[in-house]
Design a protein around this ligand. Structure first.
Ligand code: ADP
Ligand code: F6P
Length: 320
């Protein structure tokens, strides 16, 4: 394989730039030509791409977001869009692709691979919802950003003896909420994976700690659950503690990637190009038990993660 392309797709995540850098440098060092596709699959449809060399990816390893920009592109799921994308790939002689994104982006990579363009997926999303991989690029940075923001909230809720209900991103996955909840010492954590009567659960947790003379409370709620404003009102009414709510929002997705995300991205980017150099496609590069391995994309997309309540139970036990 002499010419490859790289794109970022779906929600951006810190560390995507480090992955692009690893892909470009590994490919260039091995004598390949690399094209960066702008705005995900949309750039393939619009013929919006440019050649990248080892210097094009200088000074990006520490930057959040993605230098290639990202998009959600419904047109790529249509036959006409797919055909335009394939025409663009042919025009530039692109023989293989690295797609950095989440599950949706991998479906696109699978479709392209089935059309004869070998693609390698790299999990890039803050949500940590790629079941085949222990960690996704951006998750660690996001977790630390949430922790930092909630530590600040703790200062003010403690000063005012209040309760704060915090909504955390993660799409349908509770990993960010659960792990940040443990890291900030939340009184209650609500995630989609653990079914409960949410209001009752949170109120019970607060009342229990009130008996031990606790005066301020942090409640972490996954966005897949939502309803933080109503929950704060209910807590105020039922527990007699002044309550506020906050949706942390897109600030969670930005910022300089952590060392862990930069290293993960570099390892995955390198491995993706190794596979393409062997002519292998339709694979997703993942981390399992600190090793970088790869799976068939179709197999990876059908994997299910069993609910593991170990961490949740730990949080329950020690947040009193
Ligand atoms: P993520 O890749 O982070 O899961 P999204 O699902 O929001 O994020 O974005 C996925 C994008 O992948 C879609 O907007 C679309 O551009 C692209 N895509 C391409 N093919 C498919 C497909 N068959 N199914 C879903 N998404 C696809
Ligand atoms: O997938 C990343 C993510 O930030 C999710 O956590 C969230 O549900 C979604 O993207 C938000 O999407 P948008 O940027 O389109 O508002």
């Amino acid at each position: 394989m002499n010419t490859i392309g790289v794109l970022t797709s779906g929600g951006d995540s810190p560390g995507m730039n480090a992955a692009i850098r690893a892909v470009v440098r590994t490919a260039c060092e091995n004598g390949m030509t690399v094209y960066g596709i702008n705005r995900g699959y949309q750039g393939l449809i619009d013929d919006d791409l440019c050649e990248l060399n080892i210097r094009s990816v200088s000074d990006i390893i520490h930057r959040g977001g993605t230098m290639l920009r990202s998009a959600r592109c419904p047109a790529f799921k249509e036959e006409a869009g797919m055909q335009k994308a394939i025409d663009t790939l042919k025009k530039y002689g692109i023989e293989g692709m690295v797609v950095i994104g989440g599950d949706g982006s991998f479906r696109g990579a699978r479709d392209l691979s089935l059309r004869g363009v070998p693609c390698i997926g790299i999990p890039g999303t803050i949500d940590n919802d790629i079941v085949s991989s222990d960690y996704t690029i951006g998750y660690d940075t996001c977790l630390n950003t949430i922790m930092d923001m909630v530590d600040r909230l703790r200062d003010t809720v403690e000063s005012h003896s209040r309760c704060i209900v915090v909504e955390v991103m993660g799409n349908k996955c509770g990993d960010l909420t659960l792990n940040s909840g443990i890291a900030v010492g939340a009184t209650a954590i609500v995630i989609p994976e653990i079914k409960s009567d949410i209001e009752q659960h949170v109120i019970d947790r607060i009342r229990r700690t009130q008996k031990t003379d606790k005066k301020h409370f942090i409640i972490m709620v996954a966005e897949g659950i939502g309803g933080v404003e109503e929950l704060a009102k209910k807590i105020q009414a039922e527990c007699g503690v002044e309550s506020r709510s906050i949706v942390l929002g897109h600030v969670q997705r930005g910022g300089s990637p952590s060392a862990r995300d930069r290293v993960l991205a570099s390892r995955m980017g390198y491995e993706a190009v190794q596979l393409l150099m062997k002519g292998i496609g339709n694979r997703v590069v993942v981390m399992k038990n600190d090793k970088i391995i790869d799976y068939d994309i179709i197999e990876a997309l059908t994997m299910k993660k069993p609910v593991d309540d170990t961490l949740y139970n730990i949080a329950h036990e020690i947040s009193i």
